[in-house]
Design a protein around this ligand. Structure first.
Ligand code: ADP
Ligand code: MG
Length: 376
């Protein structure tokens, strides 16, 4: 197990009840609106606050267990924490900030791994500077470097990008992707941005009003419309795993494979066999009874309707799984097969006479591709 949490905590009027278990490493997004208790929860995991009861386990080490009076001090928890604001020591240079935690650490990272982290984060040119001479993105890179050099068992990131503008976010995101793919370090990543979740997370723990509502893989969770914090953002649509197969001879488009279905996207400039994620917004998916001709959309995918629910206002949310070959037993649980979501007007739903298990075509106007897990 990479992380197991089951705790109860009360501070003044706020009660936190959190329970989730993540088996594999990778990035777990702690997702929920402001005030839902995300920071409180990771402060508890880091040992900055003590819960009233419960237990916390990281990589098979129990770091807190109320019943057995286990409560490891912060230093022994082997947790790397990157705060929302970088919290560097203002009077120390970048070099001294970086090695602050690592110096007193009994479990030192081998020298070549330290070098790899510093190189990966591009910190060499910054070493002699003080924090007031760094940009917001540079400060976060130093904070991330400091946390990693202490050789933690888990990395806790509290909205590490929220203070940065779009360009700086784009500068930092690939480092998180690199950590996820190359260091196999479990990462608990607090965010309220569905785009960051869709791009980075392997798992999601959804929080609302001090409670963990559900947890699961990013693919399962982003296709659930019943969870309030996600439902508000559900316009986000579907996240699917795909692989680059080839490109057209002129290099104008890339061809991807997504569960056996070909998907065409604007040329990605990356070689075949790279894994990518597709992010398809519900509002970018149209539904057709017959495959349309003479249409600019590049992706017309045979799908079977698995669920129709009333959306907000005059809309319908239509869930579909790929393919026309699914039988009724299969449709009862579409686990494993890529699914799509469309948001259409109720009026077009009745005009097309859409019904459960109907075989139709999803016409996809636009696909956002993130990843691949590129080399830095
Ligand atoms: P999030 O990180 O999801 O925005 P927080 O964990 O910061 O949420 O806060 C959760 C709730 O706990 C909020 O209602 C906040 O006002 C309350 N809270 C946080 N810290 C304290 C504290 N030290 N004393 C009292 N209430 C607190
Ligand atoms: Mg917070």
């Amino acid at each position: 197990m990479s992380i197991g949490v089951n705790i109860h905590h009360k501070i003044k009027k706020f009660t936190l009840d959190a329970e989730f278990h993540i088996q594999e490493p990778g990035i777990t997004a702690l997702f929920g609106p402001s005030g839902s208790g995300k920071t409180t929860l990771i402060n508890i995991i880091a040992g900055l606050e003590n819960p009233t009861r419960g237990h916390i386990q990281i990589r098979d080490h129990v770091i807190f267990e109320h019943n057995r009076q286990i409560n490891l001090p912060i230093r022994q928890r082997r947790v790397g924490y990157v705060f929302q604001d970088a919290r560097l020591f203002p009077h120390k240079t970048v070099r001294d900030n970086l090695y602050f935690g690592a110096r007193r650490n009994a479990n030192k990272l081998p020298h070549d791994e330290q070098e790899a982290i510093i190189e990966m984060l591009g910190l060499d040119p910054l070493m002699a500077r003080r924090p007031n001479k760094l940009s917001g993105g540079e400060k976060q890179r130093v904070a991330l470097g400091r946390a990693l050099l202490a050789n933690p068992d888990i990395l806790l990131l509290d909205e590490p990008l929220s203070a940065l503008d779009y360009t700086r976010k784009e500068e930092i995101l690939p480092y998180f992707e690199w950590l996820r793919d190359h260091r196999k370090l479990p990462i608990l990543y607090v965010t309220h941005s569905i785009d960051e979740v869709a791009r980075l997370a392997d798992h999601i723990v959804v929080m609302d009003k001090g409670k963990t509502l559900a947890s699961g893989t990013v693919f399962e969770m982003l296709s659930r419309s019943d969870l309030p914090p996600l439902a508000g953002q559900f316009d986000a649509g579907t996240v699917l795993a795909a692989r680059i197969v080839s490109r057209d001879p002129k290099g104008e488009v890339s061809f991807l494979d997504c569960g056996g279905q070909r998907i065409v996207v604007p040329y990605l400039g990356r070689p075949a066999n790279n894994d990518v994620r597709l992010h398809i917004r519900a509002r970018d998916v149209m539904i057709a009874r017959t495959p349309p001709n003479g249409i600019s959309a590049n992706n017309i995918i045979p799908v079977t309707i698995t669920k129709i629910t009333d959306g907000k206002g005059d809309t319908l949310d239509v869930d579909m799984c790929f393919g026309h070959d699914a039988d009724a037993a299969f449709l009862a649980k579409t686990n494993g097969r890529p699914t799509l979501h469309a948001r259409i007007t109720r009026w077009s739903g009745s005009r097309l006479k859409l019904g459960l298990h109907q075989k139709v075509y999803a016409v996809i106007k636009s696909v956002t591709v993130s990843g691949p897990r590129r080399e830095l």
